[in-house]
Design a protein around this ligand. Structure first.
Ligand SMILES: Nc1ncnc2c1ncn2[C@@H]1O[C@H](COP(=O)(O)OP(=O)(O)O)[C@@H](O)[C@H]1O
Ligand SMILES: [Mg+2]
Length: 304
């Protein structure tokens, strides 16, 4: 799949993702060892994009399970198409009537209908959700379990079970086993602590804000219209703003947006006026905004 750690880095870059040495190493090991990767880190540092890029460079289908509070097994694994089952029983009312019209007793009638269960609990009426889609897939897939920290711990325990054997038992249909073990990427923004079991099962990757060199590469890759000089100025300013004690420091996605807006405004350098009028691209809270405006001299010192 990948020849080496360097090969991961190269192919990710070709797919417009800058993978640090640490990222490339964990991705390489995960593919060699067949282990899921748990990616943690602040919002906007490329966790979701990592999974998408992994699917792209390995030519695998991406299946995404977006987690949220209240996510349950049914929504993640499979549901029966209840409305369709109901419709079919109504359309088949006469046939069902024939089946039971000479049943001597109610229990007999029930038993005869129960004998037809297979017709109504078959793949025809099964609606596979992301986890089952990943297990059933004929082709290799990357399974992205995004923002697992938003789901409840009960769901995490269930997920751990699925990740340990990649098979699912549907009582009416039997056991379904994966044809290919999916490459699994879980992400978390650390809204809550994850279980030890899940951490043990996964290779752990913490993605922090990028180094200045990596951030420069990301901006030049994502906003090719920006001059090298302006991109370097953006990186320096963003790194300084990040070092301030803000409620929400700007992330990579915000530096990309900022660079893009500067290009649209035809800014050639970071003048205090243009910076002030575009600062909301970077900093989203009023208090943070005031603080950065108050320190603009320092943020822009020797940056042109
Ligand atoms: N290392 C990187 N290389 C390329 N683009 C990146 C990188 N890190 C972040 N980005 C960009 O930043 C944005 C946010 O990334 P995303 O994966 O949604 O963040 P997260 O899932 O960590 O919140 C995306 O547009 C992504 O392309
Ligand atoms: Mg994300």
């Amino acid at each position: 799949m990948f020849k080496s750690v360097e090969d991961v880095g190269r192919r990710f870059r070709d797919a417009r993702y800058i993978a640090s040495r640490r990222i490339s190493t964990v991705v390489y090991l995960a593919t060699r060892m067949g282990r899921p990767v748990l990616v943690e880190g602040p919002a906007g540092v490329g966790k979701t994009e990592l999974a998408k890029t992994l699917a792209e460079v390995t030519s695998a289908r991406l299946i995404r399970l977006q987690c949220y509070e209240g996510l349950d097994e049914g929504k993640a694994l499979y549901e029966w198409k209840y409305a369709k089952q109901l419709l079919y029983t109504q359309l088949l009312r006469e046939r069902i009537g024939e089946l039971i019209h000479d049943a001597p007793s109610l229990p007999d009638a029930v038993a005869r209908i129960a004998g037809q269960d297979d017709a109504f609990f078959s793949y025809r009426f099964l609606s596979p959700r992301p986890l089952l889609q990943a297990i059933q897939s004929d082709d290799p897939v990357v399974l992205l379990v995004d923002e697992i920290d938003k789901a409840e711990p009960e769901f995490e325990a269930f997920l751990l079970e699925v990740l340990s054997d990649f098979q699912v038992s549907v009582p009416e249909l039997g056991t379904i086993s994966a044809k290919h073990i999916p490459l699994v990427v879980l992400t978390s923004n650390n809204a809550r602590e994850l279980s030890d079991g899940l951490k043990r099962r996964c290779l752990h990757l913490f993605i922090d804000f990028p180094t200045p060199a990596d951030e420069l590469a990301i901006i030049r890759l994502k906003v090719p219209e920006v001059s090298e000089r302006l991109a370097a100025a953006v990186v320096t300013a963003v790194q300084r703003i990040r070092a301030m004690d803000l409620r929400k420091p700007p992330s990579v996605s915000e530096s990309i947006d900022w660079a893009r807006s500067l290009v649209i405004l035809n800014a050639e350098q970071l003048d205090p006026e243009v910076v002030e009028s575009t600062l909301t691209m970077l900093v989203k809270y009023e208090k943070d905004l005031e603080r950065v405006k108050g320190a603009l001299d320092k943020v822009l010192a020797e940056v042109k």
